[in-house]
Design a binder for this molecule. Structure first.
Ligand SMILES: Nc1ncnc2c1ncn2[C@@H]1O[C@H](COP(=O)(O)OP(=O)(O)OP(=O)(O)O)[C@@H](O)[C@H]1O
Length: 721
């Protein structure tokens, strides 16, 4: 069987779906395996499977023999996909490196470019001022002052030497020298600590803003798109570069000091300007190397995310059992090691290559400088230059390469910071464009007609190659293609309980997520009593939803909070809490806790207690019962971790709550379940298949119709007989 499966895969050029997909942006990417997932895994050693699937992600050979045999793949052949290998060879996957294009895939049109530049510069200025206005002004002044001080010191020495040898004004030289040394000492002593403090304030400000931006976006699309995830990770990583605006001013400093150096060299002989040119050329090689390394870091961000994910998996107690029992620790570590290597090795290659070039450059500069000193020495002897000229050249020698390095490294730093700011600005725009601010309507106090899906089609954002396409108004074709849902027309009548059934991957949970407006449909619309869901304020709508999910969160708070956050406005209402705990059949769980609802959950906290999967699920269910007037109650296989007795009790509770809510608010209860004994209690059963609706009707009607529902029901009933 395994061999059979390997055949077609091999024929497709080994393009297998990676287990951890971090950067693919084409059709089919990001979709979970549908249907017989277990079948796919069987026949493979789990480790082999894992490595087979990860190989394309890492850009290595599709097979995992090299790892199975314990042999490391030749890293020279392991260029990460999309990586800049400097060889000009075509790269295996057309990866869209994070941070290259900032609005969709293409570069912005010519007219947009200056505006974007101005917006980004404005963000740079305003970020520092918002974070620490006084400090920013002080640091800016200090930076400008210090940048002219050191050349002035040298000029002061030249004047003093010339004055002492009777060729100029000694007092002026001494005054200039003393004044600049004094100022230099003062500004130097405050610049360091102040600069660090300013950087730290800006960093904190940016981090807070990032959290606000990403958690403030009402949709969850940005958590799922690999390119977006890369960008957010890069902004977080490079946030320190968003530091004080004084860094931008230091470029002005570098320019002024180079003008001073040029003037001083010119005063000795214009030929000596060549020394500065030579130094700038060499420093530019250094700067290009730094840029190359930065580009590599950015391009290979996906490897860092992969390695981090693996380390998290290895250290997370929740995954520990599977990792250990499948013997995944070693292979996972190897993969993490390779991910790191794929990220670091090209970096080292660039570093070594450019280090050689830079060394040669500085040797040439050194020889040039020595020749210049001999030449000026000769001119002093024949009287065409003064002793002050020679002193100036001797003193300015180190200044020349410091100035050259300062110019290039400042320009590089500004460009890099600019790119980071550009990404930051892009994220802010993206958050702005996706904040659904235009949705301001309030949901009705109670449902009269119901919730309707009209021609709803949906493609997951992770499948959109282009970030600007989230959400995209694309057509829902007849072929499912990339669509998780296609042309769904369905009315969920007010006051009804609707059960969604269907195979794994049919689209049931996707429907539920759209009802909660975690995403907007790609086509078609959802209406609430005739009002488009997109017109309703997303928070106001979510305030009227209560939900229990299969993938519930284990909120390691105090037990009371873990339940209470189901309705934040009433999280401290003891009566509500007790009612919700009773409705979620979590009383036993709470009774067993040492301080009942006041107990800290989670063993990683002081005095925290561990709960079993079922106990966590009961608390999650209690959370779902906190809201008292929902318009929509969604239960997506919320009892998977419960024993059959508890499950039955919970469903009876749901039925009672659904009836009560139906009478009070006309609420719709949507239930996703594979258990037909539960499903049959629903008023309406919807059979979902391949992203569309196959059958709709009551249990009796569908059974009599003898279609897919009847088939599935019989199958399960037979299994229980
Ligand atoms: N976040 C996601 N990004 C991309 N594709 C997704 C995502 N979640 C689900 N899909 C894909 O959408 C399709 C429908 O998935 P959905 O979770 O809705 O199925 P389901 O009917 O709830 O399945 P199950 O019974 O297994 O829970 C599947 O093909 C799945 O691979």
């Amino acid at each position: 069987m395994a061999a059979d499966r390997a055949g077609p895969r091999a024929a497709r050029g080994g393009q297998r779906r990676p287990l951890v997909d971090l950067g693919r942006t084409r059709r089919g990417v990001g979709r979970r395996v549908r249907g017989a997932t277990g079948g796919q895994l069987s026949g493979h050693h789990p480790t082999t499977h894992l490595l087979d699937h990860l190989a394309p992600v890492l850009g290595g050979p599709a097979g995992a023999d090299h790892l199975r045999a314990g042999a490391w793949p030749d890293r020279r052949t392991w260029q990460p996909s999309g990586a800049d290998d400097d060889s000009g060879r075509p790269l295996p996957h057309p990866v869209h490196p994070a941070g290259q294009s900032l609005s969709g895939r293409g570069r912005p049109a010519g007219g947009e470019q200056p505006m974007r530049l101005l917006r980004t510069l404005w963000l740079w200025f305003s970020t520092a001022f918002r974070a620490a206005p006084g400090l920013t002004l002080l640091m800016s002044a200090t930076t400008i002052i210090s940048s002219v001080l050191s050349p002035l010191t040298v000029l002061g020495i030249k004047l003093a030497v010339d004055g002492a040898s009777g060729h100029g004004s000694l007092p002026l030289g001494i005054a200039l020298l003393g004044g600049s040394l004094l100022l230099s000492a003062v500004s130097g002593s405050i610049a360091g600590p102040l600069g660090d403090t300013l950087d730290e304030r800006v960093l904190r400000h940016v981090r807070d803003d990032l959290i606000r931006l990403t958690s403030g976006i009402p949709s969850i699309a940005h958590h799922e798109h690999p390119e977006l995830a890369d960008r957010v990770a890069l902004i977080e990583r490079d946030a320190y570069q968003l530091g004080g605006i004084f860094r931008l001013l230091s470029v002005i400093g570098a320019v002024t000091s180079s003008i001073t150096v040029i003037a001083m060299l010119w005063s000795v002989s214009p030929v000596l300007i060549l020394l500065l040119v030579l130094a700038i050329g060499t420093a530019a090689i250094q700067a290009v190397a730094m840029q190359r390394r930065n580009t590599l870091w950015r391009r290979n961000e996906r490897y860092r995310r992969l390695a981090t994910k693996i380390i998290d998996l290895l250290t997370d107690p929740a995954g520990a059992i599977e990792v250990r029992s499948f013997g995944l620790s070693r292979p996972l570590l190897k993969i993490a090691h390779h991910a790191h290597a794929s990220r670091h090795e090209p970096y080292y290659g660039v570093t070594v290559r450019f280090a050689r070039l830079t060394a040669i450059g500085w040797v040439i500069y050194g020889i040039g400088y020595a020749l210049a000193v001999f030449w000026v020495f000769g001119r002093v002897r024949d009287g065409s230059s003064s002793l002050g000229d020679l002193t100036l050249l001797l003193l300015i020698g180190p200044q020349i390469n410091t100035t050259a390095s300062a110019i290039t490294s400042n320009v590089t730093m500004v460009l890099t910071s600019f790119q980071t700011f550009d990404r930051y600005a892009w994220l802010r725009r993206w958050a702005d464009d996706h904040d659904w601010q235009e949705s301001v309507g309030e949901p009705p106090p109670m449902l009269r007609r119901g919730i309707a899906l009209e021609g709803v089609g949906f493609r997951y954002p992770s499948i959109s190659a282009d970030l600007s396409q989230i959400p995209a108004a694309t057509d829902a074709g007849t072929d499912r293609g990339d669509l998780a849902l296609r042309q769904v027309d369905l009315l969920l009548p007010a006051g009804s309980t609707v059960a969604l059934v269907g195979d794994n991957g049919a689209g049931k949970s996707t429907l539920v997520k759209l009802l909660a407006r975690l995403y907007d449909p790609t086509s078609g619309r959802i209406t609430i009593d005739g009002t488009p869901l997109t017109d309703l304020d997303p928070s106001a709508w979510r305030d009227r939803i209560s939900a229990g999910f299969q993938d519930f969160s284990r909120l390691e708070f105090m037990a009371a909070e873990s339940v209470g956050v189901g309705d934040l406005d009433h999280a401290a209402d003891q009566e509500l809490l007790d009612r919700a705990v009773a409705a979620g059949h979590a009383e036993d769980v709470v009774d067993e806790l040492p301080q009942r609802l006041e107990t800290q959950l989670g063993i990683r906290f002081d005095g925290g207690v561990a709960l079993s999967g079922g106990q966590w699920q009961r608390l999650a269910l209690a959370r779902a019962f906190m809201r008292t007037r929902p318009l929509l109650m969604m239960l997506d296989e919320p009892t998977a971790a419960l024993d059959p007795e508890a499950e039955q009790a919970i469903y009876e509770q749901y039925a009672r709550t659904a009836k009560q809510l139906a009478a009070e608010t006309g609420a719709v209860t949507v239930l996703v379940s594979h258990r037909f004994s539960t499903v049959r209690m629903a008023d309406l059963i919807v059979v979902v298949a391949d992203g569309g609706i196959l059958e709709v009707g009551s249990h009796e009607v569908l059974l009599a119709a003898g279609g897919r529902y009847a088939e599935l029901f019989e199958l399960q009933a037979h299994a229980y007989r």
